[in-house]
Write a protein that binds this ligand. Structure first.
Ligand SMILES: [Fe+2]
Ligand SMILES: [Fe+2]
Length: 162
């Protein structure tokens, strides 16, 4: 049984990008709500579905920012999103089919430790890049667009795919 304390929002998670910061706060809130409702499949599944829907929108938003600022579609940040969503969907299917909460109980602390590492490595690099090219998420415009000769970004903004 996991005995670690729940993940809470801290300044260390702040990237000073309002849309992304708010989304990460909502993600943490949903994980906390799920952790409080793991008594039965009936109580957990609706919240887990909301967490999955929210995560799909969260990753789609970041991938939209990537596409608008010159990342290649197969960059490793997006690949990590896809791996997490795949796992979350597998847990949803299992929970529905088997009425067994064990994989969800195991996944929750994994997600709580995954988020800060992902924010620190990948989302921070995305926000750094957005700032460098002067990307405005509201208008979709770039005030400092990269030179046309520059190739699309396939890495996470660092040398290490992690
Ligand atoms: Fe994120
Ligand atoms: Fe991300």
């Amino acid at each position: 049984m996991n005995t670690s304390s729940p993940l809470t929002w801290t300044d260390e998670l702040t990237l000073h990008q309002p849309q992304i910061d708010q989304t990460h706060q909502e993600f943490i809130d949903l994980m906390h709500e799920l952790s409080l409702n793991m008594q039965s499949c009936d109580s957990a599944l609706p919240i887990y579905q909301r967490l999955l829907d929210h995560t799909e929108a969260h990753f789609a938003m970041e991938e939209g920012f990537m596409a608008a600022t010159g990342f290649a579609p197969d960059n490793c940040h997006s690949k990590q999103h896809a791996m997490v969503l795949d796992l979350m969907r597998q847990v949803l299917v299992h929970t529905h089919a088997e009425q067994d909460l064990e994989p969800m109980r195991n996944l929750l602390p994994e997600l709580e430790s995954w988020l800060p590492a992902h924010v620190d490595m990948m989302d921070a690099a995305l926000v750094f890049h957005m700032n460098q090219v002067g990307f405005d998420p509201v208008t979709g415009t770039l005030s400092h667009p990269p030179a046309p000769a520059e190739t699309a970004i396939s890495s996470c903004g660092s040398n290490n795919c992690g």
